[in-house]
Design a protein around this ligand. Sequence first.
Ligand code: KIV
Ligand code: ZN
Length: 506
Amino acid sequence: MAKQPFFYDITLRDGNQSLKKPWNIQEKEYVFKLLTELGIPAIEVGFPASSEMDFDAVKRLSEIAPKNVTISGLARTVENDIIKAIEAIQPAEKRRLHTFIAMSPFNMKYVLNKTPEEVQKTAIEAVSFAKEKLGKNADIEFSAEHFGDCMENLDFVIDSFQKVVKAGATTINLPNTVERTRIKTFTDMVEKVYNALPKDINISVHCHNDLGMATAATVESYFSGAVQLETALNGLGERAGNTNFYEVAVALYNSDVDVPVDLSKIYETALIISEMSKVAIYEKAPLIGPEALAHRSGIHQDGAVKTKDMKKGAYRAIHPSLIGRKDDEKLGVTSQSGKTAVYEIISRSGYPITIQEAGRITPFIKESAEKAGELSEKELIDIYFQQVFDVKGPFHIVELEKVNENDYILHFTYNDKIFHIEGKGNGPIDACLNALKKTGFEQKLIHYEQKAIDDDTLGAGATAMTVIKIEAPNGKSIIARGLDANTAIANVKAIFNGLNIIAKLN
Ligand code: KIV
Ligand code: ZN
C-alpha cells in the first residue's frame, strides 16, 4: 500500500515572505494554530536568520508546538544561518533544520557565481555542520533550489543528493522553484531521484505555480515517489504562489489516497487566511471560490439539481460539505439557464410552483436576463408573480357581481371590449365558467383546489390561493393560480389567469 502523503506546510515561511505586510508573531501564532487544527504534521515556521522578528517568531512557535508536530527553520548553506535556525527551533520537541542551495546550471553560473563542484562542496559541508550541531537523530532537509531547471545536470544533482544523504540529510526536497516546463518532465526527474536514493530517505516536492500547474505537479509527484508534499494555505507564496494545500489534499482524497488531515476545516481556514493575508480568494478559485459551486447553463443546472444530495455530483468534483462548505450549489439565472433552475430557485424560496409552470415562465425570465444579465432572486420572483398570479393578456376581470345565491353577473373585458354576462351556477367558479361559455370562451375545468395560506407567505394579505387545471383548445392542460384575501375572488382570478395563459399559447 502507498505511504500516506506527509504534508509539510510552508505558509509561514514561503507564503509569509511573499505578503505585502508579513505577519507579526501574534499573527503567525494564529495561523500556526489553524495549521495544527488541520492536522498538518510538519510546519516550516520561518527563516530565523532573515530578521529578528522571524527569529523570535520561530522560537515562540517552537515553544508552543504540540509534541507531535515537526517544527522546521530555514537556513541557507551558511554557518551563521544554520546556527540561528538551530537556536530558534531548539524548544520544539520535534525539530528540523532545512538548508538549501541552488543547483541549476543557470543559477550556479549567473546568481551564485560558483562552479558545480563548489556548490556541491558547500552543500555537503552545510549538512555535515548541521548534523554535528543537531547530533544523533538529526532531522535535516536539503533542497536543491531550482531542481526543476536541472534536466541537463541531473546526474550531478543526484550525485550531490547521495553525498548530502551520507552527510546526514534525511529529507531531499525537489523544488520547482520556477515552474517552466511540463509536469511529466518534472515528475520523471522526481522518479529518477527516488530510484537513486535509499528508500528510508524522505523525498519531497515544493512546487511554485508560475504556469498554474503546481497542484498537478505535486499530486503526480506523489505517485512518482515523493511522500512529502510542501504546500501553502490558499496557495500563498512568491509570484503566482506555492502549491495550494486544499487542492492537493482533495485531489489525493478523490484518488482514493488516505489523506491524514481534517478536510472539513478547509473552507473556514481559507476564509480566515484570505482575511489575514489580504489576498482575496479569486472568484473562480477551485473548491473555495465563491463561484466554485455556481451553475448557469440549463444543462448543468439540470444535472446539478438531479444529483444535489448525492456524494458524487453531475457537475462538481466533491460534495461541498467535504471541505466544510455550508453553502450549496448555486444556480444563477441568465439567458442560458433552464426551467430546472427556475423551478429550484422558486421552490427553494418557499413559493408554490410546478415544473410545468416553471417551463412556461422560463422564456419570460430568459428574455429579461438577455437584457439585464444574471437576475437576482428578487427579480426572478417578481417575474414569477407577474406570470403566475397576474398574467396579462386579452382578458381582464372587472368584477363578479353576486345577484343572489346562485346568480352572478360577470363584468370583464376582452381586447378592451366590455362584457356584462349573467351566469348561474353552484358557487362563483361555476357561475363564472357558465358566463364565459355564453360568450364563446368555454373552459374545461379538470381540477380545482383551494388552499389557505399564511398571510405574508405570498405577500400582502393574501390568504386564499386557488389552483386550477383547465384544458386548452389544443387539448393540453394548463395550471393557473389565483391569489386574494377573498376565496371567491381568488377563484375568478385563477380562471382569468388561465384564459390569458391559453391566449398566449395560441
Ligand atoms: O522555491 C524554493 O526553491 C524554495 C526553497 C527555499 C526550498 O522556497
Ligand atoms: Zn519556494
